[in-house]
Design a protein around this ligand. Sequence first.
Ligand code: MRU
Length: 341
Amino acid sequence: MTSQPSPRAPSAVQPILWTGDCLRLLDQRLLPIEERYLDCRSAEDVAAAIHGMAVRGAPAIGIAAAYGLVLALRANPDAFDQADAVLAESRPTAINLRWALARMRGIWTRNHDVDALDREARRIHEEDLSQNLAMGELGAALLPQGARVLTHCNTGALATGGHGTALGVIRTAHAQGKLAAVYAGETRPWLQGARLTAWELQREGIPAKLIADSAAAHLMNTERIDWVIVGADRIAANGDTANKIGTYMLAVAAQRHGARFMVVAPTGTFDPNCASGELIPIEQRGAEELTQFRGSAIAPPGFDAFNPVFDVTPAELIDAIVCERGVIEQPTTAKIRALLA
Ligand code: MRU
């Protein structure tokens, strides 16, 4: 068994710690009230943590799933298919999960060596961090001096191997002194923006303001917003992008108000097998995410709800997709194919 420490992000936040036989996840359900780690010792533990949102964010769940396979194979070298299935089913929309599992399968098929799997999981984790740092530079270069930006959901160190995708661009741009204003949408119903992005921004000392999701169009109408910057859970071959529910609404409002729209995602988020956005599976979660808050009713008990937790922004509303390999402006199938080739 290898025993090097897990890769460390250049960030105060260390949400994924790997010891070689235990995956320690900073439990995102408890933030920002409590900082407590959840210890996972099997693929089933990891799948439950992903499904239950103890770990969330497309790249982070891919990384966690890769470590989950290592845990399963250390316990039983015949368990690959079973562990792969349980992890793959834990959440449907983020393609990074399946992408990471496919990478792990490639290594396992070649040599049936658990230490090689462990090294691959660490590589996926490390690569995600370096890709985010590269995207941070590329995305920040698109912003004007004194940029005013709006982001959605949580795309920071908590959602990735470190630094973040959209929040990584904001982090890099802040370090370059380029930002005049940062707004974060609260991200109903799970409040990734209010609970997680605000927590990360505060810890990093980046001045920002929280807005109710429903204030976004008014914000764009009454104050200048230069760029809306978001992450992605899956980018179809034509550039249509699935991301946290509310992203599409922001893209529509951005077009109306002359704000530009940037999607920041590593190559593992692209799904060339999915021709366009309507083929992306959209996760539906329970009504209680809307009707309750931390177990307390905020709607009449038993009231039903429609709770899709992702939506699809059509490529024509996206000004730039920033990936670690480069920037695609006004994405098309041909431009995306060329970048991924
Ligand atoms: O349901 P979540 O919190 O996993 O959704 C996360 C998002 O939609 C993020 O924007 C996306 O995964 C990109 S994270 C770098």
